[in-house]
Design a protein around this ligand. Structure first.
Ligand code: SF4
Ligand code: SF4
Length: 301
């Protein structure tokens, strides 16, 4: 059984309790304007370009069966539309100007990598988190991986945006200790405008999940111009307070650190840049959720 993975991050401290290994699955069912992991969106391997590192050796031009690397009007050009993601150029580019994102990994390979961090999990009460992208687009693979991890006594978390059929969530419930579940906005039109999909299925799935007894940590990206007003946050808080098993709420301030990645994926012009919320806005949001009796995870800074 293989999974399409774009990164495995060790010693992660932001994807659940303790020190964790985060497995980032490639492919997403949303396309958020503020996405800082744009390499996660497509469910296929892709070439990332860092042409400022190019030393002009010409190997990529020679090996590409599609002629996807070109010079047009003295400008370096890479044609994503005709690229087959074969990896011939990336494996022949020694300067790091061309990098393949996404690799097929077997279940055994992923478990082996997770198991390397076993000593850190027990010392920190950490574990493994499957994230993305949307990890539950690959629910069969994730479910099996979680089952094996649980068999080894590893704490397991799934970080989902919830825009998937509920049966994909149901499949991982028996092997999941904690869900990290995103709420972006309660306004479905705004949700659709900024992510490409309404929020009906996401909120329905969350309501169902909250009745299963598994702890849920709600994650809220706070983005000025999208959802950072107090009335937006009050709507989310109202919804959270009627759910069961909410372990904590984690408002996450928008940052623009993914800008370089957007460029490497050739989509820099397609995405909006938002402002970063002020610290006092974040404090007001923390206090709002706390005033509703919800535990809040405050990010330092
Ligand atoms: S193989 Fe890499 S370094 Fe060589 S020309 Fe292509 S992009 Fe530049
Ligand atoms: S991945 Fe393959 S098809 Fe795509 S640009 Fe590189 S060599 Fe050409």
């Amino acid at each position: 059984m293989n999974g399409l993975i774009f990164d495995i991050q060790h010693f992660s401290i932001y994807d659940g309790p303790g020190i964790r290994t985060t497995v980032f699955m490639k492919g997403c069912s949303l396309n958020c304007e503020w996405c800082h992991n744009p390499e996660s969106i497509k469910s296929k391997k892709e070439v990332q370009t860092y042409f400022f590192k190019c030393i002009g050796c010409g190997r990529c031009f020679e090996v590409c069966p599609q002629g996807a690397h070109k010079i047009i009007d003295s400008e370096r050009f890479y044609d994503r539309e005709i690229c087959l993601s074969c990896g011939k150029c990336t494996s022949n580019c020694y300067s790091g100007a061309l990098v393949m994102t996404g690799s097929e990994m077997t279940l055994e390979e992923v478990i082996e990598e997770i198991s390397r961090d076993l000593p850190f999990y027990s010392d920190s009460e950490g574990g493994v988190t499957f994230s993305g992208g949307e990890p539950l687009l690959q629910n069969k693979f994730v479910s099996k991986a979680l089952e094996i991890c649980r068999g080894k006594g590893i704490h397991t978390a799934v970080d989902t945006a919830g825009n998937i059929p509920y049966n994909a969530i149901e499949e991982v419930i028996p092997y999941t200790n904690l869900f990290l579940y995103d709420i972006k906005t309660m306004d479905s039109d705004v949700h659709k405008k900024f992510t490409g999909a309404g929020n009906g299925r996401i909120l329905d799935n969350l309501s169902k999940l909250s009745k299963t007894g598994i702890p849920i940590r709600i994650r809220i990206p706070v983005i000025p111009g999208v959802n950072a007003s107090m009335s937006d946050m009050v709507s989310i808080a109202d919804f959270c307070t009627v759910l069961n098993n909410i372990e904590a709420v984690e408002p996450l301030a928008y940052h623009s650190l993914g800008a370089g990645k957007l460029e490497s994926m050739g989509i820099a012009g397609d995405k909006k840049v938002f402002s970063v919320p002020e610290k006092k806005t974040m404090v007001e949001i923390y206090e709002l959720f706390e005033s509703r009796g919800l535990k809040v995870i405050r990010k330092p800074g």
